[in-house]
Design a protein around this ligand. Structure first.
Ligand SMILES: NC(=O)c1ccc[n+]([C@@H]2O[C@H](COP(=O)([O-])OP(=O)(O)OC[C@H]3O[C@@H](n4cnc5c(N)ncnc54)[C@H](O)[C@@H]3O)[C@@H](O)[C@H]2O)c1
Length: 373
């Protein structure tokens, strides 16, 4: 048991089941030591549906679980508004963190968590799932090495249809305090991926938000433009105000010598990679993926959290940073807060933000802008 890393999961809701699937898959390298939830029914329900057995302790108080078990890894899968306090407590107690996105709900809190992880020499793997598709890593390496030439611009759209009944499953969803809207919840990991693929850093954001169909406090539609430090531009559309049959998260990176277009449409993978003369490179990249990562990588893509855990365990063994590290958590929250701030001020803002901005600064935004939105 000792050579394996111990994991505790704090928050036994929807996404926790993906963490359990990953831990089961990697049972030779890690084990679940405890489940924590302040709803007494949640851990038992999660265990029953996962089929996981063994000596798994149940706690309602995360502080007690961390103090008693000293786990190697704390997986934080509670509502987003609780990430900061739990992440801080776990780092203070020398645990590594698998932290769901968004890192926290404010730019300064995210910076604090990032800096604390450096000071405590603990690692953070972010739940930025899109980085963990092996094909995406291959493309990122080739864009970064210049194979496609200069990156001119990038676009993403995330149309993650959710009806009001999704928002009604938990009181924290769609609120400024604990969730944010379609950009903060459904789009932040897509923004992270676009920035990573483009290989540059956002220095300016300009954005507009709207409430179209969903009865929530925050936005169900947001659009933004980012200027990057190399002069490239990026456009972002994130919404839950589409049909729930319409799940799509699509990424396009335009380069001097090719176009990379990939993602998910209607729940299915979609790929269109072309070189500068328009020749399709899909087959080449799929063969490259099989050669570099094997067939199992394609199966793991069914649950990207398995990729996160595998990479995190490798990173801890090798003393390197995970693929989606603490810096990516901070940058993506800072960019998102810049997008919100721009919508609030109705003007472009410079990134990284100099002063703190939190999703709570958006409270009253739609009420105050009723006439113009
Ligand atoms: N990376 C991804 O693909 C992905 C997917 C879905 C959700 N998420 C993120 O995961 C987080 C959780 O989302 P979800 O949909 O699983 O939420 P959920 O509401 O289904 O589950 C949250 C759980 O946390 C528990 N909880 C609340 N307060 C607690 C506390 N103080 N201590 C212990 N437990 C507490 C709740 O009882 C609930 O069981 C969010 O931050 C969300 O953005 C990430």
């Amino acid at each position: 048991m000792d050579s394996k890393r111990s994991v505790i999961i704090i928050g036994c809701g929807r996404v926790a089941s993906k963490h359990i699937k990953a831990i089961k898959k990697l049972k030779d390298r890690c084990y679940l030591a405890a489940l924590v939830d302040n709803n007494p029914d949640a851990p038992a329900r999660l265990l029953a549906s996962s089929g996981l057995k063994g000596d798994i302790k149940i706690y309602s108080d995360y502080k007690l679980a961390i103090e008693e078990l000293h786990p190697d890894i704390v997986a934080v899968t509670v509502p987003s508004g609780l990430h900061y306090s739990i992440a801080e407590y776990a780092l203070e107690h020398d645990c590594h963190l698998l932290l769901e996105k968004p890192m926290t709900m404010s730019s300064s809190e995210s910076r604090k968590i990032y800096e604390l992880s450096l000071a405590k020499e603990r690692k953070i793997a972010m739940g930025h799932i899109f980085r963990y598709f092996p094909l995406v890593s291959l493309l990122q390496q080739d864009i970064a090495s210049g194979k496609f030439g200069k990156v001119t611009h990038g676009t993403i759209f995330v149309r993650w249809g959710h009806k009001d009944d999704y928002y009604q499953t938990a009181a924290w969803r769609g609120t400024w305090k604990t969730d944010g809207g379609a950009l903060m919840n459904q789009t932040i990991h897509a923004i992270d991926l676009l920035v990573w693929l483009m290989g540059s850093t956002p220095i300016e954001a300009e954005a507009m938000l709207a409430q179209r169909l969903r009865s929530i406090e925050a936005e169900d539609l947001g659009m933004a433009i980012l200027r990057m430090n190399d002069g490239a531009l990026a456009s972002i559309e994130g919404t839950t105000a589409t049909s729930d049959k319409e799940h799509a998260a699509m990424f396009t990176v335009f380069c001097e010598n090719g176009v990379i277009n990939l993602g998910i449409r209607k729940g299915k993978p979609s790929l269109n990679i072309r070189n500068g003369s328009g020749k399709k490179l899909n087959g080449k990249y799929i063969r490259k993926q099989l050669k570099s990562y094997g067939l199992s990588s394609m199966l793991n893509a069914l649950n990207p959290h398995t990729g996160i855990y595998k990479d995190f365990l490798d990173a801890l063994d090798d003393g390197r940073q995970p693929l989606a590290d603490a810096a990516s958590g901070y940058t993506s929250v800072d960019t998102l807060m810049g997008i919100y701030k721009s919508a609030l001020l109705k003007k472009a803002v410079t990134l990284p933000l100099e002063d703190d901005f939190s999703s709570m600064d958006m409270q009253g935004f739609f009420e105050n802008n009723k006439k113009s939105i």
